[in-house]
Design a protein around this ligand. Structure first.
Ligand SMILES: [Zn+2]
Length: 415
């Protein structure tokens, strides 16, 4: 199998001749054809293939192939001792048991645990031995481009563009606080996703990580790149190296002290009886600006006797935040206004049921108030200067690879 590798070097993209591109295209087509031909059913005649189902045990599966009890015990023991395998996992593991001819005893067993782990057991002179087989993972980057059609969701458009479900779901998660997929998606919006396809030789195994996303959103083009930081952790950053993962701030007003915690059994300071405190109170002087904890749409902006003047911002299909007891609203922020993280929505006050100026802040997850201090949220992760320089160099190389893919949509690159 011809393998085409585009080496993206510091000096720039290796010059790729048209001839090489055609070869690569043939290689990709050939890989697809090989994949079709190697689908189940092509196993050798003396092989038994078993996908482990719920309730299956190693001894049960081996006994079904007439492997003697003492061999089963020996196999179980070496699997545990030498390969760290102590049981089979239903719907994940599979076994291929082979014999030399139809009536011969089984002398080779291959155990596959997921796509990248394989153990081979062989029997010679009545002795079983086991070895871990390293499976080479070949990672290719591909780029898929989609346009939202009239009445179509991002999910549907992603599928139309040929993007696997697992990759679409990752993009959803990455953009969850940036794009409201219910409200912000319109016909004609374009997006592109660069992601990994993992191969073993010519065989496609699975889709890997999302490497770059570009989404033509209503508020401007959103771009993000996956980057491994010098400390080995992974993050997604915009073209300038700022954290691209938007989230919610647990403390909307920087450095504000908590004066009352989230507590479902609090004695209310004004009412005097026990009443759940479904938010966090931050002490701040009257008139202190209140920034939005994240990007979203203002869905409530009104007064009631409890919250006083308050605003609720819907961030996505899961999260909203609420800000109570305001002295006044920012007149530019109306019902339905799209706000960005940090945009001032109003000012601290003591309206409603309140004993003194403070911000009452709630995070609402699927309609229920949760503790803003402890709820699990994506981390906002900015790069230090040295890491940012490394990111920018990496991004330049990745952009060159993306250019190759943009001009040759059926190709892949390897970095
Ligand atoms: Zn409160």
């Amino acid at each position: 199998m011809q393998k085409v590798k585009l080496n993206i070097t510091r000096a720039g993209v290796a010059k790729v001749s048209i001839g090489l591109l055609v070869l690569a295209l043939i290689a990709v087509i050939a890989a697809v054809l090989v994949r079709r031909n190697s689908e189940p059913g092509a196993a050798a005649p003396h092989e038994t293939q078993v996908t482990v189902a719920s309730g299956d045990t190693l001894s049960k599966l081996l006994a079904a192939e007439n492997i003697p009890g003492r061999d089963i015990n020996a196999i179980a023991e070496i699997l545990k001792k030498e390969c760290g395998v102590s049981g089979l996992r239903a719907d994940a593991d599979s076994l291929v048991m082979s014999r030399e001819h139809e009536n011969a005893p089984i002398d080779k067993i291959t155990l596959s645990s997921g796509p990248w782990k394989r153990v081979e057991l062989t029997c010679a002179d009545g002795q079983w031995t086991a070895k871990n087989i390293d499976i080479d993972r070949d990672t290719r980057l591909v780029r898929r481009v989609g346009t939202i059609a009239d009445g179509e969701s991002f999910y549907m458009a992603g599928r139309d563009a040929g993007i696997p479900d697992s990759v679409i779901m990752n993009v959803f998660d990455l953009l969850a606080f940036e794009i409201d997929f219910e409200r912000d998606v319109r016909a004609g919006q374009e997006f592109s996703v660069v992601y990994e396809e993992n191969y073993n030789g010519a065989d496609y195994v699975n889709a890997g990580n999302v490497v770059a996303v570009s989404f033509d959103s209503l508020r401007g083009d959103v771009q993000m790149y996956r980057f491994r930081k010098p400390d080995g952790t992974i993050g997604y950053y915009d073209q300038n190296g700022n954290s691209a993962i938007k989230s919610l701030k647990r403390t909307p007003i920087n450095n504000a002290k908590i004066s009352s915690n989230f507590n479902l059994n609090r004695k209310h300071p004004v009412l005097g009886y026990s009443r759940a405190h479904k938010g966090v109170d931050f002490r701040a002087g009257s008139g202190t600006p209140i920034p939005a904890a994240g990007a979203g749409t203002v869905v409530e902006r009104k007064y009631n006797s409890g919250y006083g003047n308050y605003i609720t911002i819907k961030h996505n299909g899961t999260y909203s935040t609420r800000y109570g007891h305001m002295s006044s609203f920012n007149p530019k922020v109306r019902l339905g206004t799209r706000v960005s993280m940090g945009q001032i929505i109003g000012y601290v006050g003591s309206t409603g049921l309140s004993t003194g100026p403070h911000l009452h802040y709630e995070i609402i997850q699927n309609g229920i108030q949760v503790n803003p201090m402890t709820v699990k949220l994506p981390a906002i992760d900015n790069l230090d200067n040295a890491s940012k320089q490394k990111f920018l160099a990496f991004r330049a190389k990745l952009d060159e690879a993306i250019d190759v893919l943009r001009n040759n949509p059926n190709l892949f690159v390897q970095m």
